[in-house]
Design a protein around this ligand. Structure first.
Ligand code: ADP
Ligand code: MG
Length: 698
């Protein structure tokens, strides 16, 4: 039966509509004041909300509730309690009150804290975030929460995002007031996160230790057919995959997730889901839910969903495109060029704010996309390089050039126009070409950040974009609020800022070597790997920025940095150990067994007739022996570096060691094994090959 999309949409969400129906007018009003203006919540109100939530949840089949939070692991965490309780008479009742809604106390000692919380001080708190709706998942009422330590330092990805939204709102409003806008009371960042993923058959995938333990293949020779025919992108969707996608959409819609577009991606077995955009904190929650459901539903369909950035070496990896813009509560997109010169001037100022912020804080944006998995993808001719730049397109670049030089801008259609803020040219939206190689592309009325890896939480990237833009706007407002002649000051400000920061704009092919050299001449930063990028977090400039806008404190930054480095080291460590296990217990024995077969064949030939031609066997044995020797040596090298890597306490030193020694040993070991795969009989190879995996879904 066809799904009635409108009827099922959001049925599992304690949405604004449900709240309006179920709460008293006063409580509903009070809750809105909390959501919109951050007014503190009284326990009476929390009690009424909790009671309504419980009734709604029970009516909708829930038996448990959980504080749903986003610790630094990058995935969500939940601990379920049932609504069950006993009254004084010992009878079974259901119970859920304001106190349990507002605050939870999960044992925090098992979540990464980066030195903020000693293990003996296990307490951590989750605090209800009323700005995200509660929802029912798998029989549990999930209450979105923030997570912090006993000392009040935050330990999650969501809180800095909420804080950055406040900073951005405050500074954006200052600018809007200067343009005479008195109506807007709130400015929000809006985000649509396109999500790429791979699907492979579960039975086939689960026989590989690397996929099970690390989510990617650590070995595997290039298959005869990869993505070179360009026949998968937008191709017809296979039946099994289509069933999965339908099921996923159905579940997502019920949870109020705005799933919109689905299609096959460039690599075989690769797909994409894009939602409609929404307010950034909700988009962040929804992306987490999407990833979680993709994984669990794939299992039900006897498939594995790989969210790793680079599950297969020979074909494209998976990213996540973070589309970001600014929207007012009265529905205006502040990055929409608009029809009139007046709107254009305001647009150009917000645009310049992004350009300035990105140039000044390239390193922060870069590190928001840093991970062991994404290192395998960035700069590999399929994803943007590790260098941050902005694609603006020719027309906008020409307009800003004209503003800078106080020159005339010859519009594409219009006749020559004098530049001056009161008569900035009206220019048509989206006349620019699409550029697929830029890390941050202006796409008509939003910026698309393309560096994120597919498994990332989008929280970090967005609190960084929000904060750097808030900082630009704050500086702009400081200047403009003091100006005697607003229009003159505005033109000068745009011209000056653009001139200073235009080095960050690059409209060419970002995948080219030419750009790497050009970027170096321009003095742009190039942090090629995660271990280069992460230490930038704690530079004085960055600490000052994040503290000024109340997004992260110095100790919170230091803890985050340590966690990121630890996660990096642990990831490489697990990968190295998995490789060793596979190389020692699966590949080496299989190769030796195959060698023995050939040796036996050669011997048998010799026994039959001394003069039989044994050149093929000899040749094969020579090649196999040489590679096996290399394999053996490489195993030992990796083994010894891996056992040394875990020594020492300094997180950065450790991560560097993993990067420089362990990771490079892994690359050499893989190379030998992939060559061996090409020599050994398929029936003797110990696990499924790339062809088996990439074409496992028929
Ligand atoms: P593509 O980048 O693949 O060409 P689209 O242009 O259709 O795809 O849009 C990509 C994403 O951008 C979608 O998730 C869409 O909802 C989102 N998007 C569109 N407008 C905005 C906006 N104003 N703010 C944030 N995201 C937006
Ligand atoms: Mg896109």
């Amino acid at each position: 039966m066809a799904t009635n999309l409108v009827e099922i949409f959001g049925t599992k969400v304690f949405s604004d509509k449900v709240m309006k129906e179920r709460l008293s007018a006063e409580t509903y009003e009070a809750l809105h004041l909390t959501i919109e203006e951050g007014k503190p919540l009284t326990i009476e109100i929390a009690n009424e909300v909790a009671s309504a939530m419980k009734d709604w949840a029970l009516e909708n089949g829930a038996t448990h509730y959980t504080h749903w939070f986003q610790p630094m692991t990058g995935i969500t965490a939940e601990k379920h309690d049932s609504f069950l309780d006993l009254n004084r008479q010992g009878e079974v009742i259901t119970k859920f009150n304001g106190k349990t809604l507002i605050k939870g106390e999960p044992d925090a000692s098992s979540f990464p804290s980066g030195g903020l919380r000693a293990t003996f001080e296990a307490r951590g708190y989750t605090a209800w975030d009323p700005s995200s709706y509660a929802f029912i998942k798998d029989g549990s009422l999930c209450i979105p929460t923030a997570f912090c330590s006993y000392g009040g330092e935050i330990l999650d990805k969501k809180t800095p995002l909420l804080r950055s939204m406040e900073a951005l709102n405050k500074q954006s409003l200052r600018i809007l007031r200067l343009f005479g806008n008195t109506k807007t009371t709130k400015v929000n960042a809006t985000v649509g996160a396109e999500q790429e993923y791979f699907l492979i058959d579960k039975k086939v995938g689960e026989t590989r230790l690397d996929i099970v333990h690390t989510g990617r293949t650590l070995f595997g020779a290039k298959p005869p057919k990869g993505q070179e025919m360009e026949d998968h992108y937008f191709g017809a969707i296979k039946h099994r995959v289509s069933n999965f996608m339908k099921d996923l959409d159905d579940k997502l819609w019920r949870l109020g997730v705005l799933s919109k577009t689905k299609h096959n991606e460039a690599a075989p077995a690769q797909h994409e889901l894009a939602p409609l955009f929404t307010t950034v904190n909700i988009a962040t929650d929804q992306n987490q839910i999407t990833m979680e459901l993709m994984k669990s539903l794939a299992g039900k369909h006897n498939m594995l969903c790989l969210l790793h950035e680079k599950p297969f070496a020979a074909v494209n990896g998976s990213g996540k495109h973070n589309n970001w813009s600014l929207s007012t509560d009265n529905g205006i997109n502040l990055l929409e060029p608009g029809e009139t010169p007046y709107e254009n001037a305001q647009f150009l100022l917000f645009l310049t704010a992004v350009i300035k912020g990105v140039d000044e804080y390239q390193d922060l944006l870069r590190l928001s996309a840093a991970s062991a998995g994404n290192d395998l993808r960035l700069g590999a001719n399929e994803a943007p390089p590790a260098i941050i730049s902005i694609f603006l397109g020719d027309e906008l670049t020409e307009i800003l050039e004209a503003v800078q030089h106080n020159a005339t801008y010859k519009g594409k259609k219009k006749s020559t126009m004098q530049i001056g803020v009161s008569m900035l040219p009206a220019f048509p939206r989206d006349t620019t070409d699409r550029n697929r190689t830029s890390p941050l592309a202006f796409t008509g009325n939003k910026f698309e950040f393309r560096m994120l890896g597919s498994s990332f939480s989008i929280a970090c990237t967005n609190y960084i974009i929000n904060t750097i833009v808030a900082e630009s706007l704050a500086q702009f407002a400081d200047t403009l609020e003091k100006a005697d002649d607003f229009h003159k000051a505005l033109t000068e400000l745009i011209a000056k800022s653009y001139k200073k920061h235009k080095r960050i704009i690059y409209n060419g092919n970002s995948y080219s070597q030419e750009w790497v050299e050009e970027a170096e001449r321009r003095g742009l930063s190039n942090h090629a790997s995660t271990v280069d990028a992460i230490p930038c977090f704690a530079s004085e400039k960055n600490v000052k920025l994040l503290e000024k806008h109340g997004v992260l404190s110095r100790s919170e930054i230091n803890s985050r940095m340590e966690i990121l480095l630890e996660i990096y080291s642990k990831t490489i460590n697990i990968e190295a150990l998995t490789m060793l296990e596979m190389a020692k217990k699966q590949i080496l024995p299989s190769v030796l067994a195959y060698e023995r077969k050939i040796v036996e064949m050669a011997l048998n030939k010799k026994l039959l007739d001394e003069n039989f031609d044994r050149s093929v066997e000899t040749d094969l044995i020579n090649s196999l022996s040489a590679l096996t020797k290399k394999l053996y040596e490489n195993i030992h090298k990796l083994e010894s570096h891996t056992s040394n890597a875990n020594k020492g306490d300094d997180a950065l030193e450790k991560a560097r060691f993993y990067h420089e020694y362990v990771f490079s040993d892994m690359t050499s070991l893989r190379e030998v094994c992939d060559k061996l795969e090409g020599l050994v009989d398929k029936n003797d190879w110990p696990f499924p090959t790339y062809s088996d995996l990439l074409y496992s879904i028929k």
